[in-house]
Structure formats: structure tokens, C-alpha cells
Design a protein around this ligand. Structure first.
Ligand code: CUA
Length: 352
């Protein structure tokens, strides 16, 4: 039996459309890298972030080198040794010791070249706190972040304030499931695990507000577990810390117009478990710690772990029906009346 082969179209005509399609797809993909994006690791603002960026670039250029050599050889062989109509089948060879050693050793050397800077960076960013570092205990909750500054007597939530140029060590733990703390411009992720304390040491080098979020799936509102890191110059940070360390204005000293809000906050509702105080503390009025401390709530720019700007309208929306905004929210729909909400909102907004 004889096979009849039809002659294929010339190589160039067959390859051209595919090459154009790939070039277009590549260009489109690269457009996505334009930035600047608020959560880009390519614009680090701490020495930790800069080390990771440097490591990434080192490995990227190694990969570019490997790509150019391998693809170059491939294209050369495809063109130089392509089938010609008149040509007989090429002779076959079996084994070439030199080649086999070469293509075993080349990846080994490349992997060593990648492993050395990687392992060095892993040890450099292992979270060992430098001398004089600011300690912050970070506690992951479903679905918000608690920040405690044990040396400054501060407890706050969702917006982490750090001074520029001073090393900080974050001591990360969780009260429930595994979370992961990630503010990309400040450095790498670190897991936040119940019963364990992981450390993350970094020195912010630029002021600004840097966004981040939980990076480990932790339940229904994982994607709503956002965080903001506010890096300030040392004077601004000191002023913030001094304000945060103060208790809230005692209820007796509040303007009369805010009294109904305090009453709403402290009142026990049916069936006696739905007081705000069961879960929230306002410094000076002690309360629970299931929910974020509200002592200086009005000093934060967002509520609900970075989901909504901190406005009267959004506070009212939240009080009306938290799970409608944050699915699975531990704060239930309490069934507050519009009157009760109208009393609570100005009081909450007075907590500076
Ligand atoms: Cu916490 Cu995802």
C-alpha cells in the first residue's frame, strides 16, 4: 500500500496568522501591566517590599534569558532543518552523552542561580524584629482586622497606622479560621493562624494610604476583608497615637443631643442579647471584643473592614442590615427602628 501525500502549504503562509495572533495576545496581556495600581507589588514602599521586587526581577530576567536561548535554538532548528520536497528521510541517532549531560546540567545551574537569591531573601524577611521596632498585634477575625499596639495602649480596627522610616513588627494571629495579611506594596503575605503567632517585620519608606486585603479564603466575606495601612511621618503618627490612646468622651460630658445614641448603644434589647455592648467596646464604656473597638470609630475613613466610606448614610445602612452589605457578617440584623438608627449615627460619628 502506498500513501499519497499532498504537498503542504509553504511554512511561512501557515505560521503567519498564528504568529500575528500570539503577538496581539501578548501585547494585550502586557497592556494589563501598565499600572500604577493601588495593590501592585511592582511599586514597593518598604524595604521588605523592595527585596521581594528585586528577587522577582532577578528571576524574571533569568527566565527571559532562558526563553531567548531556548526559543532561539528552536526557531533556528525549525528553519535550518525544515523538510524539503526532494529530501530523503534524515538518518536517526540514538543517544548523545555530551548533549544529555548538557541538558541535565543547564537546568541544574539555572535552578541554583534562582535558589540562592530566593533562599537569601527568605532569611532576610523572616520577621525578626529590628531593634526599637514598633510592635503591633494583628488579629484576624471573620471578617475584619484588629490592631493592638501594646506599648501605646491602642486598640483599633481595619486601618493600620505606621510611622514612616521606623521598623514595625506585626505579630499576627487569628481568633477563628486562617487568614492572610497582605498589603502588597508593603511586602509579602503572611498567614494569620489561630494558636500561632507569625511575624512580619517591615520599615515603610513612603507616606500614604496603602491598600491590602486578606489573601487566604476564610469564608463568605473573605473578599470583603480589606485593610488599609496609613503610613504617616513621625509627628502625624504621634498625634494619631496620642488621640487613639484616649478613652472616648464620657457619656456625662456629651452634648444632650447625643444622649439618645448612648442610650441606644448601651440598652439591652429583646431577648436581652442584642445590645451593641455585647460585642463592641467604646473606651470608657467597657464592652465585648467580638466586634471592632468603636472608641475612635469616627477617626477611620471606612467602615465594615474597608467596604464603605465612613459616612452617616453608610453607618445607617450598616446598622439597618449588616449581612446585606457583608454576607455572613457576625453582626446580625438587629431590627433597629429608623428612630434608633437616627439616634445612634450621630453618637457614632462623635467618636473621634
Ligand atoms: Cu480573612 Cu480571607
Amino acid at each position: 500500500m502506498r500513501l499519497t501525500l499532498t504537498r503542504p502549504a509553504p511554512l511561512r503562509r501557515r505560521l503567519l496568522p498564528a504568529a500575528v495572533a500570539w503577538a496581539l495576545a501578548g501585547a494585550l496581556a502586557l497592556v494589563g501591566c501598565g499600572g500604577p495600581y493601588p495593590q501592585s507589588t511592582f511599586a514597593p514602599v518598604s524595604e521588605f517590599g523592595a527585596k521581594l521586587d528585586q528577587l522577582y526581577l532577578t528571576i524574571f530576567w533569568w527566565a527571559v534569558g532562558v526563553f531567548v536561548v531556548v526559543e532561539g535554538l528552536l526557531v533556528y532548528v525549525l528553519i535550518r532543518f525544515r523538510a524539503r520536497p526532494s529530501q530523503a528521510a534524515p538518518a536517526r541517532g540514538h543517544g548523545n552523552t555530551l548533549l544529555e549531560i548538557a541538558w541535565t546540567m543547564a537546568p541544574v545551574l539555572i535552578l541554583i542561580a534562582i535558589a540562592v537569591p530566593t533562599i537569601r531573601t527568605i532569611f532576610e524577611v523572616d520577621g525578626t524584629p529590628p531593634e526599637g521596632a514598633l510592635r503591633v498585634q494583628v488579629v484576624g477575625h471573620q471578617w475584619w482586622w484588629e490592631y493592638r499596639y501594646p506599648d501605646l495602649d491602642i486598640v483599633t480596627a481595619n486601618e493600620l497606622h505606621l510611622p514612616q522610616g521606623r521598623p514595625a513588627v506585626l505579630e499576627l494571629t487569628s481568633v477563628d479560621v486562617i487568614h492572610s495579611f497582605w498589603a502588597p506594596r508593603l511586602g509579602g503575605k503572611r498567614d494569620v493562624i489561630n494558636g500561632r503567632t507569625n511575624r512580619l517585620a517591615l520599615t515603610p519608606d513612603s507616606t500614604g494610604v496603602f491598600l491590602g486585603q486578606c489573601a487566604e479564603f476564610c469564608g463568605a466575606s473573605h473578599a470583603n476583608m480589606r485593610l488599609r495601612v496609613v503610613v504617616e511621618d513621625s509627628a502625624t503618627f504621634a498625634a494619631w497615637a496620642a488621640r487613639e490612646a484616649q478613652p472616648a468622651t464620657p457619656a456625662d460630658s456629651l452634648p444632650a443631643a447625643l444622649k439618645p445614641g448612648v442610650d441606644e448603644f448601651t440598652e439591652m434589647r429583646d431577648p436581652g442579647i442584642n445590645s451593641c455592648l455585647i460585642c463592641h467596646t467604646i473606651g470608657g464604656i467597657s464592652g465585648g471584643i467580638m466586634g471592632p473597638s468603636l472608641t475612635h470609630l469616627a477617626g477611620r475613613s471606612t467602615i465594615a473592614a474597608g467596604m464603605l466610606p465612613n459616612t452617616a448614610e453608610n453607618l445607617a445602612r450598616w446598622l439597618r442590615d449588616p449581612p446585606a452589605i457583608k454576607p455572613g457578617s457576625k453582626m446580625p440584623r438587629i431590627g433597629l427602628t429608623e428612630e434608633e438608627i437616627a439616634a445612634l449615627v450621630p453618637y457614632l460619628q462623635s467618636l473621634r
